[in-house]
Every structure is written in C-alpha cells, then in structure tokens.
Design a binder for this molecule. Structure first.
Ligand code: NZQ
Ligand code: ZN
Length: 381
C-alpha cells in the first residue's frame, strides 16, 4: 500500500425528513445563495421543503444550472454572489448543480474569470457551501471535485476545489421522482467510479479491494430494484449511499487509480452531449477489452469475487467477465455502442485529435495515449 493522507470533513445528514434540519445546519448570520437546476425540485416538493426550513434565513436564489454545468451560466451566478455579498452557498439538485456551486463558491473568492480556475485544475480558496442532493451518481456530495463545461470552446474539464461540502443532505425520498434514464445514468456512473479505482492491479490492498467489491455487488443486487420499485425507501437508501461511498476517497486509500474511461467520456459529452453515465457504459467495456492483458489478474479477481464466474480457462473467464459488465449496463437500459447514439468516425477523430494536441496519457500505467483511445473508440463503434 502506498502512503496517503485521508480526510473527508463532509457531514452526511441522511434520511427522510432531513431537509427540515437545514435551518439548524446553516448559521442565521450567513447570507445564503440557493442554487438550482431546471426546476425538478419545484415538481417534487424539495424546493418547498428547503424554503420552509430556511424561512428565517437571509436567502437569494439562482436558477438554471444545467446538466453538464456551463461556465457561461456560472459566471452570472458568481457576479450575483459578489453583488449580494453571499457567504454561504446551498446547491439543491444533482451533481451538476453542486459542481456548479463548487465553482461559484471558489470564483466568489477570485478576481479573475471562473474558467481560469477550471483550466488551472484547482481552486486556491473557496467560500463555504453545502448541498441537498436529489440524484445520486457523481459522489460530488462527498468530494471536492467538479466537472465544468465551456459552451464557447466545447470543452469539459474537472477541477478540485479547496473545500469539501460542509454538509450534504441525502433524503432517499427525494429520488422517487428521478426519471428512469437518469437513474440508469446514475447507476452506471457509480459502478464505473468504483471500477476506476479498483480495476488496476491485484495485491495493493486487501481492504480497499473488499470495500470496492462490496459496493459493486450491492449495485448489481439493487440496480433492478432501483429501476423497478419507484418508492422503495430501503433500496433508494442503499442506492444513495453507494454513490457517496464510491467517490469519497474511502476505496482509494493507498492504491493506484485509472480514470481513463472518465477522461474519454468527458470528451464524448463535450462533442455530443451524451449524458455522463451513458458515455461510461459505452467506453468501459471497450476499455476493458483493450486493456485485458494489462488488467488480467484484476479482471480474474473481479470475475471470481464480484461476478462469480469461474471454473473455465482464464481466457474464457476474462471474456465472460467483460461481456457480463456490458450486459450489466444494458440491463440498466443503456446503450453500449457509439452507433446507437449516431456517433460517427468524424467525432472519434475529433476526440483523438484533442488528446494528440494535449499529449494526453491516461490510466493507472499512464499508457493510454491518443492512438489507444482511437482503438478503444473504434472498437465500440
Ligand atoms: O435540472 P433539474 O431540473 O434539477 O433536473 C435534473 C437534470 O435534468 C434531473 N434531476 C435531478 N434530481 C432529480 C431530477 N429529476 C427528477 N427528480 C429528481 N430528484 O436530473 C438531470 C440530471 O442531473 P445532473 O445533476 O446533471 O446529474 P448528475 O448528478 O449525474 O451530474 C452529472 C454531472 O456531474 C459530473 C458529470 O460530468 C456531469 O457534468 N461529474 C461530477 C463528478 C464529481 N463532482 O465528483 C464526478 C463524476 O464522474 C462526473 O464527471
Ligand atoms: Zn463519473
């Protein structure tokens, strides 16, 4: 195991009725900005709960943070935050609203353009922020990462901010209104977050492997129930918590990580607008096929412990494990081939050109370069 420092200061406030605790969680002396997406919170009653809980607080509202949040929108939010001298931000919505808030909270302490912070990859300072998360996928509610797009340049990049959410409210009942396609995208995202940290090499850490395998097995068990049982509180509880545990650093202690699928997926979203979790379902099986020699031992461990495939030749077990992974995504109702989204070779070339220009290399061995990305994308065409 490699050396590491672990600290996750986010307070998780979990369970039905928890939004009512907002009034106590945020100091009344704070000038609070509430930030929302496109309006789902008005339809499912979350907005009313937030407003009731904060009825004695000083609040202003900002609406319209879109999925794959755009810096163009976040610049407007930052200007308002500065104008009203906001000192606490509350994201109410999905990972996109929360990621947007991470940038606004950082940009409120920065004199230049918010996009500089994204291009820099990290924020030096940030005001306090927290969230009521209404869709579980990104794990953003318990990490300091954010992914921001720029409409003008067609780019999408991750950055890390200097603060974690002060608290994150997770009420499983808020997820009852999530449409099926968004649930599928979310489950795919959670599953791949675990694999990005797990599918590297064996014998780095027994405890990290078992944590990761536990989350993967839980997801395989609950996914059909998440999709078919709309108001099953116990199942939605495990769904929500698996997203937070998948990307809060708990399964990444002292081990190498991959993240190549995410890097390719972000470019695919930037060029095509395919939802984040949906891009991963296409790319992950193809990446596993391309990397099956390098990841051989870990795929065999995953096949045995997570998928319970064994007893045949190693080659067949590996093929079956990759096919089972693709089947898992398809069982969520997701597509796993680019042609199903109408993505052609022209788009593949644009993505590869970008990686060539940036001289990008990804993966736990830093050996997934532009030509290998091309091979991966052509193989899931
Ligand atoms: O905008 P509203 O009207 O609120 O509707 C949203 C949005 O249309 C809707 N929704 C959310 N909660 C709902 C709901 N609809 C009904 N009922 C509810 N309870 O769902 C749609 C998608 O929301 P979004 O926030 O975009 O989804 P998600 O949480 O999957 O976030 C995706 C973004 O996060 C980034 C992705 O790249 C993408 O930009 N990621 C962030 C990460 C992080 N911060 O750590 C890591 C991830 O790998 C990921 O890259
Ligand atoms: Zn993701």
């Amino acid at each position: 195991m490699q050396n590491f420092i672990y600290c996750n200061p986010t307070q998780l406030v979990f369970g039905k009725g928890s939004i009512a605790k907002l009034g106590d969680l945020i100091d009344k002396k704070r000038k609070v900005m509430l930030l929302f997406g496109g309006g789902s919170v008005k339809k499912n009653g979350v907005y009313d709960q937030v407003k009731a809980a904060l009825k004695n607080h000083n609040t202003v509202e900002f609406w319209g943070i879109e999925p794959n949040p755009k810096v163009e929108t976040l610049r407007r939010a930052t200007a308002q935050a500065k104008k009203y001298k906001i000192d606490f931000f509350l994201a109410v919505g999905g990972g996109s609203v929360l990621d947007g808030v991470k940038l606004v909270a950082a940009a409120a302490r920065y004199d230049g353009d918010p996009w500089d912070i994204v291009l820099d990859g990290k924020a030096k300072d940030s005001l306090d922020y927290a969230c009521v998360i209404t869709i579980s996928a990104t794990g953003s509610e318990m990490n300091n990462g954010a992914v921001i797009s720029c409409e003008k340049s067609g780019e999408k990049f991750a950055f890390f901010t200097s603060k974690y959410p002060i608290f994150s409210i997770l009420d499983p009942e808020t997820t009852y209104s999530i449409p099926l396609d968004q649930l599928a995208n979310g489950l795919s995202d959670i599953f791949v977050h675990v694999l990005e940290q797990y599918m590297t090499t064996i014998n780095q850490s027994r405890i990290m492997d078992r944590w990761a395998e536990g989350i993967l097995q839980t997801l395989i068990e609950i996914a059909p129930k998440v999709l078919n049982n709309k108001c099953d509180y116990a199942i939605r509880s495990d769904y929500m918590l698996s997203a937070s545990l998948a990307l809060n650093g708990m399964i990444a202690m002292g081990v190498t990580q991959d993240w190549a699928t995410h890097m390719i997926g972000h470019e695919l979203t930037a060029f095509t607008d395919i939802a984040h979790g949906a891009t991963l379902a296409v790319i992950y099986p193809a990446l596993l096929r391309a990397q099956k020699e390098q990841k051989r031992d870990k795929i065999l461990q995953y096949a045995d412990r997570v998928l319970h495939i064994s007893g045949e030749s190693e080659e067949i077990v590996i093929e079956k494990a990759i096919a089972a992974t693709e089947s898992f995504f398809r069982s969520l109702g997701l597509k796993t081939r680019l042609f199903e989204y109408g993505v052609d070779e022209n788009t593949i070339d644009k993505i590869v050109d970008r990686f060539l220009e940036r001289k990008s290399v990804f993966g736990d061995n830093n050996n997934i370069d532009a030509p290998i990305v091309k091979k991966i994308l052509l193989s899931c065409k």
